[in-house]
Design a protein around this ligand. Structure first.
Ligand code: SAM
Ligand code: SF4
Length: 333
């Protein structure tokens, strides 16, 4: 990788050039593994970054060698002025992308195009309306499927994120994979991860190993193959023989991918988190508002990054329930 003397590098030599910005903690869905039914606790608007602050802070990261920015949340497309943020960030010399539940994607297709977005990640945990609506506690299945098609029709690279949970949607693994046979879509199964308030336990996840066992039994080893993973990719990727799309597995719980981690997270309230699982946060927004130089704060946060998963014990450890973190929606997934 090209070195920039200003790059943000941690004590393990990892260059951090990928920023994930959460635009809001709020969401128009209530996926039970992510959000409490009543939504997030409302906080005063002044606690969150405005569109202008988000753009200015993102520019500092780009000066420090960030090459890729992903917008996430909560649901990024419900942020006031989301279109302006997308278009302004699109002017920076970065690969811009977004993770969305796609409920309102039809209103943003032109903003995505203007911003040069090429790839969109959409969360969809079931191909059955009933199951999807139960998981998300809302009824937008039809709109989401329509918007996925709209993205494909407009030539976006579409990745589908599927969080697998025992007894909920593990019976749909093969249906999701069959979808990739004739459609150029990229399905990624994600192991269910523990966050505050999501009632996680070790037994509820569907592991990397269990997913591949299903694929081997129901599809057969001759009918799919491993494909090359991109640098810093969090998924191990596969393809059906003659498949147009691909499928992958993100195994953050049973097989973390920390050795090549290049990610920095900026929460909607302007805190830097050096890992999805870290309890520690650095208040960048406060410093920015009081006109301090935020660069040393960003570097200090990344220098404190642990080698693996914020230094937590293995997720199979009994003490894992003692670990405290924000909910996923308040971090920015
Ligand atoms: N609202 C957008 C969406 O759903 O795509 C963006 C934010 S969402 C928090 C980002 C990703 O995190 C989604 O793909 C979601 O499925 C995933 N996610 C949320 N909670 C999770 C958990 N407990 N374990 C694994 N993935 C989770
Ligand atoms: Fe909203 Fe995304 Fe969380 Fe579902 S996963 S509740 S869509 S933030």
């Amino acid at each position: 990788m090209e070195k920039n003397p200003k790059n943000i590098v941690d004590t393990h030599g990892r260059i951090h050039d990928y920023l994930r910005i959460s635009l809001t903690e709020r969401c128009n869905l209530r996926c039970f593994y992510c959000m409490p039914e009543e939504g997030v606790q409302l906080r005063d608007k002044s606690e969150f970054m405005t569109a202008e602050e988000t753009i200015a802070i993102a520019k500092t990261f780009v000066d420090l060698g960030v090459k890729k920015i992903r917008l996430t949340g909560g649901e990024p497309l419900i942020k006031k002025n989301a279109g302006i943020i997308i278009r302004e960030l699109g002017k920076l010399p970065v690969e811009l992308s977004i993770t969305t539940n796609a409920v309102t994607v039809d209103r943003f297709i032109n903003d995505f195009k203007q911003a040069g977005i090429k790839s969109v990640n959409v969360s969809l945990d079931s191909l059955k309306a009933d199951t999807f609506n139960k998981i998300s506690r809302r009824s937008y299945f039809k709109e989401i499927m329509h918007n996925i098609q709209l993205l494909l029709d407009n030539n976006f690279h579409v990745k589908i994120n599927v969080v697998l949970i025992k007894g909920v949607n593990e019976d749909e693994i093969i249906d999701f994979i069959q979808w990739t046979k004739n459609v150029n879509i990229h399905v990624r199964f994600i192991e269910f991860m523990p966050f505050d308030g999501n009632n996680w336990n070790w037994e509820k996840k569907v592991s990397f190993k269990e997913i591949l066992e299903q694929v081997d039994t129901k599809i057969g080893p001759k009918f799919y193959s491993k494909i090359e993973d991109q640098a810093n990719d969090t998924a191990r990727n596969y393809q059906l023989v003659n498949g147009l799309g691909t499928f992958g597995i993100i195994s953050s719980v049973t097989n973390p991918f920390c050795d090549t981690c290049n990610r920095i997270r900026l929460t909607a309230d302007g805190k830097v988190k050096n890992c999805l699982f870290s309890e520690a946060e650095t208040d960048i927004l406060g410093a920015f508002r009081s006109k301090q130089n935020i660069e040393p704060l960003i570097r200090k946060s990344i220098m404190a990054k642990h080698k693996e998963r914020a230094g937590l014990p293995d997720f199979s450890d009994d003490d894992i329930h003692l670990y405290k973190n924000r909910s996923m929606t308040a971090i920015g997934g």
